[in-house]
Design a protein around this ligand. Structure first.
Ligand code: FES
Length: 146
């Protein structure tokens, strides 16, 4: 089951899968929402829910205080939809930034090379090339989900 998430002020509506967080769905749709820790601790991803119901998930009680929950705020990195939802987010337009949706790329480590005594280069072969812009980063998930 999925729900619809409308993100204001850009007025864009995206699908959010059951169990998927608001942040993950937005990034995979190419919509950049502010975020940092992605674990409900820093509050960088705080958004206002203006319509609908969310489960706050693992949001820390310090990053999202009780009065903020009462005011309809949530943390996009932890919040999962329980209905169609509309949020109000602070989305800064960055004219030089490309909008590159987050995607998963299976890959295989093909070589590890020592560059210095403390730095190694890890070469990973993917099925298709990755388009990226300087300043972006990659999260690695190992087999088994770590
Ligand atoms: S990104 Fe840190 S609390 Fe969501």
């Amino acid at each position: 089951m999925s729900y619809e998430l409308t993100i204001e002020p850009i007025g864009q509506t995206i699908e959010v899968e059951d169990g998927q967080t608001i942040l993950d769905a937005a990034l995979r749709a190419g919509i950049w929402l502010p975020h940092a820790c992605c674990h409900g601790l820093c509050a960088t991803c705080k958004v206002q829910v203006t319509d609908g119901e969310v489960d706050h998930g693992e949001a820390s009680s310090f990053a999202l205080m009780d009065f903020e929950r009462d005011e309809g705020k949530t943390l996009a990195c932890c919040a999962r939809l329980e209905s169609d939802v509309t949020i109000e987010a602070e989305i800064d337009e960055e004219p030089d930034a490309e909008s590159i949706p987050v995607r998963d790329f299976p890959g295989t480590v093909t070589r590890i090379e020592a560059l210095t005594p403390t730095i190694k280069a890890v070469f990973i072969e993917t099925d298709e090339p990755l388009h990226f812009q300087a300043g972006q980063y990659i999260n690695f998930f190992l087999e088994g989900g770590e």
